[in-house]
Ligand binder design. Structure first.
Ligand code: HEM
Length: 179
């Protein structure tokens, strides 16, 4: 997992819960990196999982809810860092249906060792999209947060239903309907 995902996560934890909570979750986790991340470095996903688990224990907030808020925050990182990638899209449905075929393809050019999910399009109309998310990291709620903000970016809203197709959440169906 890329360092930018860790640095932005820890910045958000500091902003929402304070530096003492950042210190606590780092100390409680068994981190090969020692909790020191650079945005271009690459680190084990298990480090993110441990940080999330300890943050969830401290705050009483479920990991999926933490990932949702983090995904919403990460969209603003994308807007700031990769405006050119978003600028070519005219609509949220166009953008979300291009994650697999364009957006993450470009991400992989920037970060060849990025660990990305796959999104398979099952149905698409002008106002709806059904996609299948697959990833061993089960970060579907991070994706949901990014999707929410994608609609906001285009000054619109959507109903997004998430259906877990297996217990561990590595396969998830997203049913997206623009309002
Ligand atoms: C992961 C970039 C748009 C879904 C990532 C990662 C980066 C990235 C850097 C982390 C890779 C790693 O840690 O190795 C971008 C950029 C985007 C974009 C630059 C737009 C310009 C989106 C959108 C979605 C999405 C719109 C909507 C669902 C995800 C998910 C992950 C991810 C769910 C977590 C990894 C996983 O589930 O396996 N993306 N992304 N991305 N991205 Fe994107």
């Amino acid at each position: 997992m890329k360092g930018i995902v860790f640095t932005e996560f820890l910045d958000l934890v500091e902003e929402k819960f304070g530096l003492d909570v950042v210190d606590k979750i780092i100390t409680e986790s068994n981190l090969e990196s020692g909790g020191v991340y650079t945005s271009v470095g690459t680190y084990s996903f298990s480090e993110m999982l441990q940080l999330l688990q300890h943050l969830s224990e401290h705050t009483g907030i479920a990991i999926d809810d933490l990932l949702l808020v983090y995904g919403e925050h990460f969209f603003s990182v994308i807007e700031t860092s990769y405006p050119g990638l978003l600028a070519i899209y005219q609509s949220p449905i166009e953008m979300l249906s291009s994650i697999e075929s364009h957006i993450h393809v470009e991400v992989r050019k920037i970060y060849p060792d990025a660990e990305l999910p796959t999104f398979k399009i099952l149905e698409k109309t002008d106002s709806s999209l059904v996609m299948l998310y697959n990833s061993s990291r089960a970060m579907h709620h991070f994706g949901l947060g990014l999707m929410n903000k994608t609609f906001e970016h285009f000054n619109t809203t959507a109903t997004i239903v998430l259906e877990k197709l297996n217990k561990d959440g590595t396969e998830v169906k997203f049913l997206i309907n623009k309002k």
